[in-house]
Design a protein around this ligand. Structure first.
Ligand code: F6P
Length: 329
């Protein structure tokens, strides 16, 4: 019995994680391997993302090789950012290496840069399925990305701690969270941590004087603690702290949370959703689908054409943003 609408009896799937790591990537790898093995397919793990693919850094994966990883942060396959994939010869070479090693299909777990690499490889006749894996939530084709929930909870906890000391010292705190050019983490934390100000690249008008005026006004009304969540895409938290302190007379400190947001044991949501997405990717392949992006849209796990997924643009959730405006007082 043929396993897939291909040329061989047994499909071999390559799986890699690419770009910034995200908690839950291991759960997705585990689900890819176990769903594939359950259906009689073979899986090759590709270490260090596209860099490892171009260097043929492969490892045979079995049900046992993904034991005891669902709870672990990071990615057991390692990850990398691969400049060679940006050059025209990179994707062609990657596809040729897949063919040479009997890899019929690739499952790529990563963010939008990894998606673009996946699409380029698919143009050289290798079937690629992309799974959204990034703490930034900035993959337009999906309402959920692997790692966002864990990163949010880590950042929220860190901000609560800064808030405690800020309150004791009656200070203003600017806390910078990750997200590259997107403000999803900042907006969610801004709501969850009860911040007075949320600065995100999608909405910030760079009117710093307006922030200073609002802080001065709140200070006058007796407010002693001021929390500003600043997205990495806005940046300059240290400079901003100095300027706010000089203008308001209020002691102001900047905290850049940084990489702790990318590490740690995944939350339940990240483990379960990543597992569902990994299994879904393999189901697409077993069902004869090609060049698809796995998505979570309108409350359902689904998939869409990879090129269409990449062409989509994402804004922040305007409903949540409007709420955040009303609650920041
Ligand atoms: O995409 C995840 C992310 O952590 C972003 O939030 C951040 O801008 C970037 O990766 C940092 O990348 P690097 O690990 O290359 O410093």
């Amino acid at each position: 019995m043929g396993l897939f609408k291909g040329k061989k009896e047994t499909m071999t799937i390559g799986v890699l994680t690419s770009g910034g790591d995200a908690p839950g990537m291991n759960a997705a790898v585990r689900a890819v391997v176990r769903t594939a093995v359950h259906a009689g397919a073979k899986v090759k793990g590709i270490r260090r993302g596209y860099s490892g693919l171009l260097e043929e850094d492969f490892v045979e994966m079995t049900t046992r090789s993904v034991a005891d990883i669902i709870q672990r942060g990071g990615t057991i396959l390692y990850t990398a950012r691969c400049p060679e994939m940006m050059r025209p010869e990179g994707p062609e070479k990657a596809a040729a290496i897949c063919r040479k090693n009997g890899i019929d299909a690739l499952v790529v777990i990563g963010g939008d840069g990894s998606y673009r690499g996946a699409l380029e490889i698919s143009k050289h006749d290798i079937n690629v399925i992309a799974i959204p894996g990034t703490i930034d939530l900035d993959v337009a084709s999906s309402d959920y990305t692997i790692g966002f929930d864990t990163a949010l909870n880590t950042a929220m906890d860190a901000i609560d701690r800064v808030r405690d000391t800020s309150a004791s010292h009656e200070r203003c705190s600017i806390i910078e969270v990750m997200g590259r050019k997107a403000g999803h983490i900042a907006m969610w934390c801004g709501i969850a941590n009860g911040a007075e100000e949320i600065l995100i690249p999608e909405r910030y008008d760079y009117e710093e004087q307006a922030i200073i005026d609002r802080i001065a006004m709140r200070k006058k009304l007796g407010k002693k603690l001021h929390i500003i969540i600043n997205a990495e895409g806005v940046g300059d938290s240290n400079g901003m702290a100095k300027r706010i302190e000089a203008a308001t007379g209020l002691e102001t400190r900047a905290t850049i949370i940084g990489y702790i947001q990318r590490g740690g044991s995944p939350t339940c949501r990240d483990r379960v959703f990543a597992s569902a997405m990994g299994a879904h990717a393999v189901d697409i392949l077993l069902g004869g689908g090609s060049n698809r992006a796995v998505c979570f849209l309108n409350g359902e796990f689904t998939d869409m054409d990879l090129a269409e997924a990449i062409a989509m643009k994402k804004d922040i959730d305007t409903y949540l943003w409007d709420i955040s405006r009303k609650l920041c007082r």
